[in-house]
Design a protein around this ligand. Structure first.
Ligand SMILES: [Fe+2]
Ligand SMILES: [Fe+2]
Length: 283
């Protein structure tokens, strides 16, 4: 009999991001390695679940469940505080609360003199991780994202685990474009379910397109880092992905163990939130 899979192999959600840093180290630290072989067993196990269970059917179920946005009414700051209740019990000293990663990302963007909507994007980009607090397993909240409904790129990390995904057997889903038209544009493409897609739907009527692309595709490493899935993109996607790539270093390389003074920063960010995303949002 097969053992039931552990639904939460990662010690905490940050373990996925730590693995991204290992796979995509900052410039100057690049050398060829076998990234899959070097991954921690927990990360391996995490991708095994992610690649097995992220099917078109699963994503459709999650869209039906979450996209009506009827789970909660919260302001952005309330969502930040709610996300912050997601603490790592196994290793509380190593990882900073989620709110600090978000503030560190936003502060780095602010220091570089970027527009206010860009700073705000840094602040909110991971708020979709509250999916975890709604009971979603880690593999349905974080991890690299990828299209479903067409062939899984071989450049997706731990590609071999897609052998366990029933969509790999589907004649409709296993050609390069699958159910999509070449060049149809990513807006027509269904992505694996996670914190990116969810937050996009929460804020989509309020932020400029570059911000929405950063939010919706920041975990789409197979595309913005590996250059895959260009055949599904249109000119607008290609143009806006420049912003996704611009955002990525702020997400990956601004984590520092230096504590952030949340109280001191709060007035600036409350004002920024009020400018673009005032009042309660539907989650
Ligand atoms: Fe993220
Ligand atoms: Fe992030």
């Amino acid at each position: 009999m097969q053992e039931a899979p552990n639904n939460a192999p990662l010690a905490d959600l940050d373990e996925w991001e730590d693995d991204l840093l290992r796979r995509y180290p900052e410039e100057g630290d690049k050398k060829f390695r076998d990234y899959d072989a070097d991954a921690r067993p927990s990360v391996r196990e995490f991708y095994q679940l992610n690649h097995r269970y992220q099917t078109m059917e699963f994503v459709r179920e999650k869209h039906a469940e979450y996209l009506p946005l009827q789970k909660r009414q919260m302001t952005v700051w309330e969502a930040l505080e709610y996300l912050n209740t997601l603490v790592d019990e196994s290793d509380p000293d190593i990882d900073l609360p989620q709110i600090e990663h978000l503030l560190q990302t936003a502060e780095a963007i602010r220091k570089d003199g970027h527009p206010r909507w860009f700073i705000l994007t840094g602040l909110i980009h991971d708020l979709g991780k509250i999916l975890c607090l709604f009971g979603e397993p880690q593999w349905a909240v974080v991890g690299d994202t990828f299209p479903v409904g067409c062939r899984f790129s071989e450049k997706i990390v731990f590609h071999e685990f897609f052998a366990d995904n029933p969509d790999s057997e589907s004649a409709d889903y296993s050609t390069p474009s699958g159910i999509y038209q070449e060049g149809c544009g990513l807006d027509k493409v269904t992505m694996s379910w996670g914190h990116d897609e969810y937050l996009y739907h929460v804020v989509k009527d309020h932020l400029p397109d570059p911000a929405l692309y950063m939010i919706r595709y920041h975990s789409f490493y197979p595309s913005h880092k590996e250059g895959e899935y260009g055949h599904l993109m249109n000119d607008r996607d290609r143009e806006l992905f420049a912003w996704v790539r611009k955002f990525n270093p702020y997400d990956l390389y601004t984590k520092s163990s230096e504590r952030v003074d949340v109280t001191a920063l709060r007035p600036f960010y409350e004002e920024l939130i009020t400018e673009f995303l005032p009042g309660k949002l539907s989650w």
